[in-house]
Design a protein. Structure first.
Length: 156
């Protein structure tokens, strides 16, 4: 069985890997991220950073809780994204959410990572049978379950 520290490193690596895949699809496959995609990137980033800190410190509970909160926030964002895809009448694209995200300091400093340029209604080409937002939902579910396991181990 994996030690908690190894599990937390694996969670952090997974989060950063997913962001790397998203950047590949953005810059190589030219799939522009929508506001929900960018919010999911932030959620993966924070979940990964908090899991990494949790792996490196002795008192992990608070950091695991923060990683779990970030992942749950990301899962909620995926749910909203999938809702927009299922109901094309919903608006998502150039709206106040996009303007707000694009004015954040991270979007100003790293627009190639955090700038929202796309529309939410287009899920893009499927990857191994699933559109990108569905893969994001799968990864958030895996990360949430792994963080719950890490949290339960920490308590016992």
């Amino acid at each position: 069985m994996l030690k908690n520290r190894t599990l937390l490193f694996a969670i952090a690596f997974s989060c950063f890997f997913v962001i790397g895949v998203a950047l590949y699809y953005q810059h190589v496959k030219l799939m522009l991220p929508c506001p929900y995609c960018v919010i999911q990137r932030y959620a993966f980033l924070f979940a990964g950073l908090f899991a990494l800190v949790a792996a490196l410190v002795k008192r992990r509970t608070v950091w695991i809780d923060l990683a779990l909160a970030s992942a749950i926030g990301g899962a909620f964002t995926v749910y909203k994204h999938l809702e927009v895809i299922a109901n094309p009448g919903f608006s998502c694209g150039i709206d106040p959410k996009t303007t707000f995200l694009n004015k954040l300091p991270t979007a100003q400093v790293l627009p190639q990572v955090f700038e929202a340029d796309g529309f939410c209604s287009g899920a893009g080409d499927p990857v191994m049978g699933l559109p990108i937002p569905y893969w994001s939902a799968v990864w958030f579910a895996i990360i949430i379950l792994a963080l719950i396991v890490a949290h339960a181990r920490r308590r016992s």
